[in-house]
Design a protein around this ligand. Structure first.
Ligand code: C5P
Length: 221
């Protein structure tokens, strides 16, 4: 198959980012962290103090999405040439990203930027709508999920590993609110598409998740 795409979708903190990057690495494929693109837009919008709930601001934000000056350089994410790798990982950026992600014109504006990652020899893409909207022809679509408890614990560990303090209950509540917003939005809601394989990794070690997906991939490519 020419330039196969493997789509890994799922809720916040399901581990899909880590898993997708490892699968891409094993296959020697490119990797797209689509959430990072939404997060970069969130940082750009926050920098200009634009509240997306004010309808007039959308006239400014929508064109920003289509021409977002984002670059990925290895582990680094640049906005207008400035390193925003840490800024995009804050909870505020995640919440702002999910508020922006409900606007259909913003999603449409970010579509091509995501599809640009589809290059030889192949791509592993993670997000919410990789299998349903961005890469509907993906050879393998995985919906990676885990219980809310496990995902909140994982997020707490990520934050603590960065040397920051994390409040479990606040993170749990934020995660539930984000899941709700992502699943209930009219456009590209978070749900497994019909042809996705659902993998609940609540009690699976990461290498087993990666191995499972690699097996599925190898059956198809
Ligand atoms: O995956 P991550 O938590 O980095 O994504 C941040 C937010 O961006 C998500 O909560 C979601 O609202 C939005 N998003 C999306 N579609 C994607 C990737 C992210 O709507 N493909």
């Amino acid at each position: 198959l020419n330039k196969p795409v493997i789509a890994i979708d799922g809720p916040t903190a399901s581990g899909k980012g880590t898993v997708a990057a490892l699968v891409a690495d094993k296959l020697g494929y490119h990797y797209l962290d689509s959430g990072a693109i939404y997060r970069v837009l969130a940082v750009a919008v926050a920098q200009q103090a634009l509240d997306p709930d004010t309808p007039a601001n959308l006239a400014t934000i929508i064109p920003m999405a289509a021409s977002l000056p984002v670059q990925f350089q290895g582990e680094q994410v640049l906005l207008n040439g400035l390193d925003v790798s840490d800024a995009i990982r804050t909870e505020q950026a995640g919440v702002m990203a999910s508020r922006l992600a409900v606007v259909p014109e913003i999603r449409a504006g970010l579509l091509q930027r995501q599809r640009d990652f589809h290059q030889s020899p192949g791509l592993v893409a993670d997000g919410r709508d990789m299998g349903s909207v961005v890469f509907p022809d993906a050879v393998l679509k995985v919906f990676l999920t885990a219980s809310a408890q496990v995902r909140a614990e994982r997020r707490v560990r990520q934050i603590e590993n960065r040397g920051q303090q994390a409040d479990f209950q606040a993170i749990f509540n934020d995660l539930m609110a984000r899941d709700k917003r992502d699943s209930e939005r009219a456009v590209a809601p978070l749900k497994p598409c019909d042809d996705a394989l659902v993998l609940d990794c609540s009690s699976m070690p990461i290498d087993q998740v990666v191995a499972t997906i690699l097996n599925w991939a190898r059956e198809r490519i």
